[in-house]
Write a protein that binds this ligand. Structure first.
Ligand code: ADP
Ligand code: ASP
Ligand code: MG
Length: 423
């Protein structure tokens, strides 16, 4: 008897060694024995992707992006092949597929490709043939027929895209924490597990550093109506379900504190104060696929003089940003380009903020009371973000989490001893 289809995704920690991989295989088989058709997406094992990136930089200071994708895509293939072997030993049929074989078609933007289409015929055929289908996460094939990868954390997006393509009842994201928390449990051990979180809030959380779900996976799920259930791969407890705004029963003032430490600030000194300059700069960065986050421009005091413009980018994009800006420096007459790669960001997110003034004041006061200098600020209706020195990020997260009283009585801790999380 067949129920519906389920997509299950296992992250790197959940398949890190033979024991965990076999445990993941066991969970997959259990779902199949419950009567579901199962598509499982696996990440590279443990820190394999980091190792592959390091290998690349050992042989080249600026690895070719196409070859980088050939290299990085291998990690998830290894996981899938091994898991298929383990599942076969459990008396079930499993077939592993690369992203390309699974029909995941992307644009040509190497190392951060976007999924354009999922041609799932081969998956349907395999499911019809009573197979459990294992798909290598984080990768696809471009419209130019090259292997691509989807950016760090991209296996989440593979899983959601497949869930949409096969019409899965749910996309289960199995990870090393028991769900989405009110802050990263590595930094705030008494953070509270959220039973549900709205798409609106989850998008802001992922965009501001909560790597538990890749931003694009949340966008994709919202656009295609996929139900995400983020849960622990170590036990059976329910995790966090990402739901529509209508389904959220209550809107607490603040839902979560998020952070990132991989920020860099780029400052352009002496930008001509003329119409069009900002547009040229932003276009050059966009063409180079650099993700610009916050932007600040200091207006010159006297008319016709020059302004300074600062913006933040992911640290990994600094090189690309510099390269994109170089031709403009001479062309429109920008002075020096300075970079500071030690920035971090702390954000608070909450749908209830929309109707409550004074939240920003409290955030700034709390950070001030802890002697944390705010370098840049940006807001949305449900988020306040502050760029701060990178080394003060953990203090800032803990201070804000405490000030907004986000630890609940029913706090659920991560499934592993805290010490094992240290990276
Ligand atoms: P996986 O390898 O399973 O994809 P990730 O490392 O990508 O796992 O994501 C899980 C990690 O995300 C957790 O170990 C946790 O430290 C981190 N994280 C950051 N913010 C949060 C949050 N708000 N809730 C839960 N986990 C978070
Ligand atoms: N293995 C890739 C990474 O480490 C993709 C993923 O795990 O989702 O980023
Ligand atoms: Mg991840």
């Amino acid at each position: 008897m067949s129920k519906g289809t389920i997509v299950m995704k296992f992250g790197g920690t959940s398949v890190a060694d033979a024991g965990r991989l076999k445990r993941a295989a066991g969970r997959i088989v259990r779902r199949r024995e419950e009567g579901y058709r199962v598509v499982a997406v696996l990440s590279a094992r443990g820190k394999e992707t980091d190792r592959l990136v390091a290998d690349a930089f050992e042989v080249s200071p600026d690895p070719d992006p196409r070859e980088m994708d050939m290299l990085l895509s291998t990690g998830e293939r290894v996981s899938c092949a091994l898991c298929a072997m383990a599942i076969n030993d459990l008396g079930h049929r499993a077939i592993s597929l690369t992203g390309s074989q699974a029909g995941i078609v992307t644009d040509t933007s190497h190392t951060k490709a976007r999924i354009l289409d999922v041609r799932a015929e081969r998956i349907f055929d395999a499911l019809d043939g009573d197979n459990i289908v294992l798909v290598a996460g984080f990768q696809g094939v471009s419209t130019a027929k090259d292997v691509t990868t989807l950016g760090r954390g991209g296996s989440d997006t593979t899983a959601v895209a497949l869930a949409a393509a096969v019409g899965a009842e749910v996309c289960e994201i199995y990870t090393d924490v028991s769900g989405v928390f009110s802050a990263d449990p590595r930094i705030v051990p008494d953070a509270r597990k959220l039973d549900v979180v709205s798409f609106e809030e989850m998008l802001e959380m992922s965009a501001s550093g909560a790597g538990v779900l890749q931003l694009r996976s949340v966008e994709y799920a919202r656009n295609h109506g996929v139900r995400i259930h983020c849960r622990s791969s170590f036990d059976d407890a329910p995790g966090t379900v990402v739901v529509s705004e209508q389904e959220t029963m209550e809107h607490p003032l603040i839902t979560a504190v998020t952070h990132s430490t991989g920020e860099a600030r780029v400052t352009l000194m002496g930008v001509p104060d003329t119409p069009g300059a900002a547009g040229r700069i932003a276009t050059a960065l966009a063409d180079a696929n650099v993700n610009v986050d916050m932007i600040i421009q200091n207006e010159p005091i006297t008319e016709g003089s020059r302004a300074d413009m600062s913006f933040t980018v992911p640290r990994d994009d600094v090189r690309a940003a510099r390269a994109a800006l170089e031709p403009l420096q001479a062309e429109i007459g920008i002075g020096d380009v300075a970079t500071d790669e030690s920035m971090g960001k702390v954000s608070i997110i909450g749908a209830g903020m929309k109707t409550h003034p004074g939240v920003a004041a409290k955030v700034f006061t709390v950070l001030g009371d802890h002697g944390i200098n705010i370098e840049m600020i940006s807001t949305s209706p449900i988020k306040i973000s502050c760029v701060i020195p990178g080394d003060r990020v953990p203090d800032a997260v803990r201070a804000l989490h405490a000030a907004f009283e986000l630890s609940g009585d029913d706090t659920i801790r991560p499934e592993q001893p805290f010490g094992q999380f240290a990276s």
